[in-house]
Design a protein around this ligand. Structure first.
Ligand SMILES: NC(=O)c1ccc[n+]([C@@H]2O[C@H](COP(=O)([O-])OP(=O)(O)OC[C@H]3O[C@@H](n4cnc5c(N)ncnc54)[C@H](OP(=O)(O)O)[C@@H]3O)[C@@H](O)[C@H]2O)c1
Length: 189
């Protein structure tokens, strides 16, 4: 089985993954279901490498105070290599396999697939970066958990046009107050 690139994220009903202050409080305020955690573990088991943009990385570091508690990184991500697209020099939690990269997505694809070692790549976000992976022919699945909230503004889910011919709905279900939808994504033609 070859590596798939999966953009998996929670989103507001109106298509934002963070509010204008980069907060996810709106997400945590929505009803939570315990089994979502074990499902997330099952998803992670199939993931060999992660990809994220600089703002997402800095948010993750701050949210869990990872520089002070570097062991938490392993709890979340295990040994998985994480590629962070950023122009800045950012700190890394001790022992974490965090690789700071920049520039064209296409130039990093071989390294990312190699790091995933036969498993999938989790494109964590943000949306512009996910769009660049799509443009580079490296987006196979979009998995969204749609929270029952509208934000009006914030960080966009996927700020580019992908026609319906390239998005095939494969699964949808209700999880408490969330809609979970999985789309197969085909490369730009
Ligand atoms: N709802 C969810 O489940 C979820 C999931 C993921 C993220 N989030 C949140 O959503 C927000 C996403 O932020 P965002 O939309 O700004 O996206 P982002 O991708 O996290 O960050 C964008 C920044 O990453 C750096 N970057 C991106 N691509 C690059 C490239 N090719 N080369 C060099 N640098 C590059 C640039 O800044 P620098 O050079 O300054 O680093 C860019 O401004 C964050 O607040 C995050 O916490 C939410």
């Amino acid at each position: 089985v070859s590596t798939r690139f999966i953009y998996r994220t929670a989103t507001s009903l109106d298509g934002f993954i963070a509010d204008p202050e980069h907060s996810l409080a709106w997400l945590f305020a929505a009803e939570h279901v315990p089994e979502r955690l074990s499902e997330h573990d099952a998803f992670l088991a199939g993931v060999g490498a992660l990809v994220m943009g600089g703002n997402t990385y800095r948010w993750v570091l701050d949210e869990s105070d990872l520089l002070t508690h570097p062991g938490r990184w392993q709890e979340f991500h295990g040994e998985r290599p994480t590629f962070v697209f950023t122009t800045r020099e950012s700190p890394r939690p001790d022992g974490a396999d965090v690789r700071l990269v920049r520039g064209e997505v296409g130039e990093q694809l071989d390294a990312i697939v190699g790091a995933a070692d036969g498993r999938d790549v989790w494109v964590v976000g943000g949306g512009e970066l996910a769009g660049r992976f799509h443009a580079a022919g490296a987006l196979d699945q979009l998995h969204v958990s749609i929270a029952p909230v509208t934000l009006g503004a914030g960080a966009p889910l996927l700020p580019r046009r992908i026609e319906s011919a390239r998005l095939q709905l494969e699964a949808v279900r209700q999880r408490a107050q969330f809609i979970e939808a999985t789309y197969r994504v085909s490369v730009p033609g």
